[in-house]
Ligand binder design. Structure first.
Ligand code: ZN
Length: 203
């Protein structure tokens, strides 16, 4: 499986990193080795002094497709989740400044936390999903999918123009404002529409 990530899909987050609003979604890929194994802690990698959390709504692809039309995109997923795109922000800044690809900062082992899955029928409106991230019990990041520049279905249409989507692929739909650092012994907990999606310890 592959993990397809969207950048700058929430205008306030693009602003907080000093990025312009993009004309089309920013897309990057994490390999399957980026997936954080269930129930394991997240280990801060030795090559970064500034790991940040990005909490994001996830979509699991359940049907193979290429060049999917937006009006048919709903047929390509059944489950929605919540996860974290862990980012080595110091390394990413360095790579961006030098015009280099982001993989070292974004696609390293364990950088993709994928929480529990919920069937999409469980929710009344996928374009109005509330989600939040707590750190040590306090809410530090929250968002609603209504703030996304590109909806889930427009993202499926857009990314499938470039990459064949396969069963089990996961799309990270981008992070809202409020990204910040994590430190050893932090506990991160995510919830989607009030349902517990994940809990992870930082080491
Ligand atoms: Zn992200």
């Amino acid at each position: 499986m592959k993990i397809i990530c969207i950048g700058r899909n929430y205008p306030q987050h693009a602003e907080e990193l000093g990025n312009d609003k993009p004309e089309s979604p920013v897309v990057f890929i994490k390999p399957d080795t980026a997936k954080l194994q269930k129930r394991l802690p997240f280990y801060i990698p030795p090559f970064s002094n500034q790991i940040q959390h990005e909490v994001e709504v996830l979509v699991k692809i359940n049907r193979i497709g290429k060049c999917i039309e937006e009006k048919f995109a709903h047929k390509y997923y059944q489950e929605i989740g919540l996860g974290i795109d862990f980012t080595a922000r110091d390394l990413q800044k360095h790579l961006k400044q030098n015009g280099l690809p982001w993989e070292k900062a974004k696609a390293f082992d364990g950088s993709a936390l994928i929480g529990n899955w919920f069937t999409k029928d469980h929710f009344t409106d996928l374009n109005q999903l509330d989600f939040e991230l707590k750190k040590n019990g306090a809410v530090i990041q929250e968002g609603n999918t209504s703030e996304m520049l590109w909806s889930i279905e427009s993202l499926i249409a857009e990314v499938s123009r470039f990459f064949t989507l396969k069963i089990g692929d996961v799309i990270f739909t981008g992070t809202p404002a409020g990204v910040g650092p994590v430190y050893p012994n932090d506990i991160l907990e995510g919830s989607l529409e009030g349902e517990k999606a994940f809990k992870v310890k930082i080491k």
